[in-house]
Design a protein around this ligand. Structure first.
Ligand code: HAM
Length: 426
């Protein structure tokens, strides 16, 4: 555990302010979750066979005899809160984020603490790959553009779903069983409980075994293949570089389909800055209505250790003093809703939303291919001041119709001028 002293705290506040700003522009609302929960929430949510639940939780009986656990992560609590506060009845998506301490009884080393801090983002109600691509695009934008980090790479994978993962798991288990002698002790046990995790074990023998193991891509069902391919091409559309790593397994059991991790060359052995993925079964596992979910979390200690140093030099430099708000425009009160009439409109809406948000203008859009009427209703209830309508002849001409929701007036704006029409350059 670490104290954060004056002189360092300023950096923490600056980084946090960047997350607050950008997450707001992407439509996320902050949630403050309790520091401890009933133990079984994490046991069921994260999975009994994971390292976190088996070895790393700070669990104890309180004075009333209840078993409670200091939270090792935020997703299980966010899902509990989503159900408890009936957020399933809000129009999707519900987007939440949190910043705060997490606790894991791990062996301390560089970049690994027992009390550390995460920023996490969770999205409920969106089944499509668009939501995943947007989630990752946002994270890369914050890290690269707003915080100026270099040397990051994005690794992505799919774990298949309840239809195809069991088939893959069986094939993998069969292969691994034939190589038991080469596995570390931990992985011999995992062979029974959680064979997929063996693929990202760092022990030398296990890595050699993993190198020859069957891969998930050979076993995906049609729906999962299509979903993953769409996710990858959406990342291309955003211009976000990525590498598929079929050995990326993540340490939590709730994932299905897309997973991802951001690793940095500047971190040593504990090189993951952030990780996340899709967890479509978690809300129903906790007794809520079947609701797709996805999200990520990022380690603040690791991130802050990567911030560029002024004056260079290992250890000698001081971290750059950066403008407090972390860039972007301050005090824009426009909120824009992007409504799309057809597929070309939806593709344009995704990119315009990105550009508006990058310029510091909160923007929302439809992810569920709903009618224009339904989208206009969402725009009204989202508090938008303007709706940009994308599609049809206007879009073919490179234009969009912008409707002012306060007075009902409409104007036609070239797509290239859209962002500056909401926030004229200072
Ligand atoms: P995670 O990969 O366990 O995912 O943690 C996310 C990040 O927290 C890691 O990439 C790392 O930067 C940081 N972290 C984890 N453990 C430590 C530690 N002991 N010391 C310092 N930093 C650490 C999750 O927690 C999931 N809840 C992410 C998620 C959200 N998936 C979907 N939604």
């Amino acid at each position: 555990m670490k104290d954060i002293l004056p002189g360092e705290v300023e950096r923490w506040r600056w980084v946090e302010s960047v997350f607050h700003r950008v997450l707001r522009d992407y439509g996320y609302g902050e949630i403050r979750l309790p520091i401890f929960e009933e133990t079984r929430l994490f046991q069921r949510g994260i999975g009994e066979d994971t390292d976190i639940v088996e070895k790393e939780m700070y669990t104890f009986a309180d004075k009333g005899g209840a078993s409670i656990t200091l939270r090792p992560e935020g997703t299980a609590s966010a899902v509990r809160a989503y159900i408890e506060h009936d957020m399933a009845h809000r129009p999707p998506p519900v987007k939440l984020y949190y910043i705060g301490p997490m606790f894991r009884h791990e062996r301390p080393q560089k970049g690994r603490l027992r009390q550390f801090h995460q920023v996490g983002a969770e999205v409920f109600g969106l089944p499509g790959p668009e939501a995943e691509a947007e989630l990752v695009e946002m994270l890369m934008f914050i890290l690269r553009e707003r915080l100026g980090l270099q040397g990051l790479s994005l690794q992505v994978n799919t774990l298949g779903d309840d239809a195809c993962r069991p088939v893959y798991r069986a094939a993998l288990k069969e292969y691994l069983a034939s190589r038991t002698d080469d596995l570390c002790e931990n992985c011999r046990r995992r062979l029974r409980t959680n064979p997929l995790r063996i693929l990202d074990c760092k022990a030398e023998g296990c890595r050699a075994v993993a190198a020859g193991a069957p891969v998930i891509s050979g076993h995906l069902c049609g729906a999962c293949r299509e979903h993953f391919d769409a996710f990858l091409s959406l990342l291309d559309g955003y211009g976000v570089p990525h590498a598929v790593n079929e050995h990326l397994m993540r340490g939590l059991d709730y994932y299905g389909r897309t997973t991802f991790e951001i690793v940095s060359t500047g971190l040593g052995a504990q090189n993951a800055v952030a990780g996340g993925g899709r967890y479509d079964n978690l809300v129903s596992l906790f007794g809520g209505p079947p609701t797709p979910g996805l999200g990520w979390a990022l380690g603040l200690e690791r991130l802050i250790s990567l911030l560029p140093l002024e004056g260079g030099g290992k250890g000698g430099g001081v971290q750059k003093t950066l403008p407090l708000e972390g860039g972007g425009r301050v005090g824009v009160d426009e909120r824009v809703y992007l409504a799309a009439l057809d597929e070309p409109g939806r593709a344009t809406a995704r990119l315009v939303a990105r550009d508006l948000r990058h310029a510091g203008i909160p923007a929302e859009l439809d992810y569920l291919e709903r009618s224009l009427k339904a989208q206009m209703r969402s725009a009204g209830s989202s508090g938008a001041s303007a709706v940009v309508i994308l599609g049809g002849d206007e879009l073919a001409r490179g234009e969009a119709v912008v409707k002012n929701l306060a007075d009902g007036s409409q104007r036609t704006v070239p797509l290239t001028d859209l962002v500056s029409s909401f926030a004229p350059p200072p």
